[in-house]
Design a protein around this ligand. Structure first.
Ligand code: GAR
Length: 200
């Protein structure tokens, strides 16, 4: 059984896609052992609770400094001894110590075709605003391993999505989620659980 911890900051639709995949059997041999959010009111935590999954908030302002926050985050992950850490819309830069400890066992979903529209400052809706401003005709999503850089780790899977006339950032975000993110993230997790993608 692949034990995964999912780190979230917001609505948690990618988390929901993983939960659904496990429940409908398209993700085999996998258990979400904890969901961790850096926002106490993230709807993702409610989604976890509704499905009986351990849900924990680790919030920066509840700790005296960044170091204490990072230690709490790492402890919350360590406690449940995961095989894989999944960043699903987690908008906190990971502590270096955590990247070193879980090297090759952390994956992230990013809402563009890396190396376009990624790196510092490119997250959530901002990614789609930038894609529309540049006038690209195709965008998409990427699942990659996490290293010390922002969105620089080895790419595991990508899926392209067409931009359409009249798209707003919100419309494009929804299409990228439906046609790419909610497909490739569960797909990669299943492939890891089934040994088709190996973790280092
Ligand atoms: C998703 O689009 C995800 O790709 C993006 O945040 C959104 C979270 O939505 N992540 C990043 O931008 C990371 N750089 P969700 O909470 O509904 O899954």
């Amino acid at each position: 059984m692949l034990r995964i911890v999912t780190l979230v900051s917001g609505g948690g639709t990618n988390l929901q896609a993983i939960i659904d995949g496990i429940e409908n059997g398209s993700i085999e041999n996998t258990e979400i052992v904890r969901v961790i959010s850096n926002k106490a009111d993230a709807y993702a935590l409610e989604r976890a609770k509704k499905h009986g999954i351990d849900a924990k908030a680790v919030v920066r302002k509840e700790y005296p400094d960044k170091e204490a926050f990072h230690e709490a985050l790492i402890s919350a992950v360590d406690e449940v001894k995961p095989d894989l850490v999944v960043l699903a819309g987690f908008l906190v830069v990971l502590p270096l110590k955590m990247i070193e400890k879980y090297r090759g066992r952390i994956i992230n979903i990013h809402p563009s075709l890396i190396p376009s529209f990624c790196g510092n400052g490119f997250y959530g809706l901002k990614v789609h605003e930038a894609a529309l401003a540049r006038g690209v005709k195709v965008t998409g999503a990427t699942v990659h391993f996490v290293d010390e850089g922002t969105d620089t780790g080895p790419i595991i899977r990508q899926k392209a999505v067409e931009v359409q006339e009249g798209d707003t950032p919100e419309i494009l975000q929804k299409r990228v989620m439906e046609q790419a993110e909610w497909i490739i993230l569960p797909g990669v997790i299943n492939d890891i659980a089934c040994g088709k993608i190996s973790l280092s």
